[in-house]
Ligand binder design. Sequence first.
Ligand SMILES: O=P(O)(O)OC[C@H]1O[C@H](O)[C@H](O)[C@@H](O)[C@@H]1O
Length: 447
Amino acid sequence: MSIIKVSIDKIYGILEPVDLELIKERVEVSNRMLSDGSGDGNDFLGWVDLPEQITPAQLDAVNDCAKSLASLAEVIVVIGIGGSYLGAKAVLEAMSDPFQLLHKKQDKPIVLFAGQNLSEDYLYELLAATKPYKLAAIVISKSGTTTEPAVAFRIVKEEIETRYGKAEAAKRIVAVTDAKRGALRTLATQEGYATFVIPDDIGGRYSVLTPVGLLPLAVAGINIGELVRGAQDMAKMTAADVPFDENPAVQYAAARNALYKKGYKIEILASYDPRLQYVSEWWKQLYGESEGKEGKGIFPASVTLTADLHSMGQYIQQGERTLIETVISVEKPRHSLKIDSDPDNLDGLNYLAGKRIGEVNLMAEMGTMLAHVDGGVPNIRIEIPELNEYYLGALLYFFEKSCGISGYTLGVNPFDQPGVEAYKKNMFALLGKPGYEDEGKLLRARL
Ligand SMILES: O=P(O)(O)OC[C@H]1O[C@H](O)[C@H](O)[C@@H](O)[C@@H]1O
């Protein structure tokens, strides 16, 4: 059995088996386009075979750098946005104890993120809170020119240099960027920072298994070897020659594209563990930037359950019927916690006595799935055995593969994001960046 199981039986009733049959061949062709490089954007396919190409020496280099940063700092600020942020954040949250900061003993450096917003207060408070701690930074930008991380890095760099001096700062800052291009590459060379390269043929949202994701995760004590091993196994299980019934990536791509054709235009990724919230955020960038173009594409949304059943649940059950619900279901909790019997039973919960919280969560998941299906929301279920590095690596690669397949099936280039430039142009013009003077005048007149 595959390490990830995709169940699509709960789309029937809304779709006929024939709807899926009609799309099967197309998704398999799309999968072959990824492996033979015959589709649009084929200069960005480096991620497809990346897992098997990662060598033990590369992992050692990342782990060694992580160790040296960790030996210098109690807090490491990871600066990046989009694909240079979400993969590391997703795995870190999924692997972490949400209450780690309350533990008296911190045996790993605390990893904080910056550069993923332009909030003045966020950055101010980050600087203030980290004052008592030994500090280091990892700055990540493929293009090396993205405004948000560049602004955050200027501020954090200044803080580190003021505290430790320029020479020591150069030991506490590591840059992950393009091999040659971009302001960050120039800056890193000039300042003498250690660097890791983001390969040219891997776009930001497909870069979690490059040093973009691996370095911050290694610093946080995550076993990146296991993460890569999971992805390696998933690459084999989703290869173009694996038949449809055994290949979770084509099954998922087929189900969502068949539903899209029938007018299901919003896909909600749901999970029943808040530690998966950022896996959903990572997934939203992956699918949103890959498919949302040329007036097409499923809108990726997410909910964390059961919390959102008490807010978004009403809409999902009875709102406009254009929703697909895709659930990431984790079979085994990391810990065991049982509900005890209470002699007074004032809360009426004795019927749950002896059950683990996980069993209650699973019944909530099953009950919700059937209720939503009955309400007209087709359900796709993605099961993983547990939340560890190996299965997370497999899950991330599964989503990447399925996303490439989905994009080609939809008829778009899943590896560009031309629409993202529009806001940047306006922001530069409004901020008075040289070269944008005329646009600036026009925009200001409209405000
Ligand atoms: O890594 P960077 O070049 O800084 O890019 C960070 C992010 O910025 C963008 O504008 C893109 O839409 C994303 O795809 C990218 O991941």
